[in-house]
Design a protein around this ligand. Structure first.
Ligand code: SF4
Length: 96
């Protein structure tokens, strides 16, 4: 602003908070179609996007805490989240 000191950067005073996972969400840039596919459709593309998403861990925690039943969240499908909730997420080869 004219007549005022400009010793501070334009965003000085703005919150230095960490961005929320929603702000980091790559799915917000790609659209929801990949993440809520028709039943029986592949979720591979969504999972690949999630792997590169900085908000992935928080996203998965949110989905588990809020019992999100549909779509890909945090890189996991509905079935994978269900197995994780039930504690049956063992892969073959982990058997005793
Ligand atoms: S982890 Fe996947 S579903 Fe979650 S915010 Fe990131 S891109 Fe979206």
């Amino acid at each position: 602003m004219i007549g005022k000191s400009t010793t501070q950067a334009p965003n000085a005073g703005a919150s230095e908070r960490q961005p929320s996972w929603q702000e980091l969400a790559l799915c917000a840039q790609t659209g929801a179609g990949f993440f809520f596919p028709e039943p029986g459709s592949s979720v591979r593309e969504a999972k690949q996007i999630c792997l590169a998403c900085e908000g992935r861990t928080a996203c998965l925690e949110y989905a588990l805490e809020n019992d999100e039943r549909f779509g890909v969240w945090g890189g996991l499908s509905e079935k994978e989240r269900d197995r994780l909730r039930r504690g049956t997420g063992r892969r073959s080869g982990n058997r005793a």
